[in-house]
Design a protein around this ligand. Sequence first.
Ligand code: PXL
Length: 291
Amino acid sequence: MKNPVPRTAAIHDLSGFGRTSLSVVIPILSCMGVQPCSLPTAVLSTHTGGFHNYRFVDLTDQMQSIIDHWKEIGIHFDAVYSGFLGSSRQIDIVREFIGDFSCKDQLILIDPVLGDNGKPYSTMDASMIAQMRELVKHADVITPNFTEASFLLGEPYDPSISLEELKVWTKRLADKGPGKVIITSVPVPQGKHVSSVLAYNAREDRLWKVDCSYIPAHYPGTGDIFASVIVGSLLQGDSLPIALDRAVQFVSLAIRSTFGYDFPAREGVLLERVLPSLNGPVMASSYQILE
Ligand code: PXL
């Protein structure tokens, strides 16, 4: 039976303070008319970006038990969406989950949360990066940032990379399995105040780019917000370039609405202020077709 509202498994941590992971995934998906079913990977007092002495309760053992119950009641998911994973074992669990809950026309989006600005997050290690390289083979869509793309490909992090080389990166990532590859926070060497998002659709051999004006502030959680809008948009039936546009516009609006307030960036963007805009029509379209 078809779900009256599209339903996604949302496999992320729950960080109580700081607007990342499930704290942003749930409101965004609900707002976009998608039912998020949370499979929490860990509970943290705060996310790990900019907070010290955070508490981290690993839920690896509980995850399997929750999944077993979901299997017993036979839940059908229109999408499986994973983000921050807390341990190597969890990466295996997500791979098994994808196999066990697989069904026709399902969307599998893996956001390979590993690091940013050239560095892995404090909870990541080399074996988790190696396993993530395996996990992404099972996705339809992946949304690494530029740092994560370099980790997945085993390439050095070099912000002076050329667009030609980046095009090769998107295709090499697609060769691993995902038909759609979106790389965010791509540096633009000649543009001081812009970064780009690239998206490649392997089936159509088509590449899109959206430029974003750069604001000199870094807010944790924007990658989770971006990927959540992509999930919501694709489940609403949008094309890849429109999903890309909507996600870029929403993240830009969230950052612009936040910048200028005098509070610590580690608290994240003021999501609550901009959430209603997700229900508006797609206003502007700024994607460029590169190939
Ligand atoms: O937004 C990515 C993310 C998710 N979950 C946790 C994090 C981070 C990034 O810092 O620390 C716990």
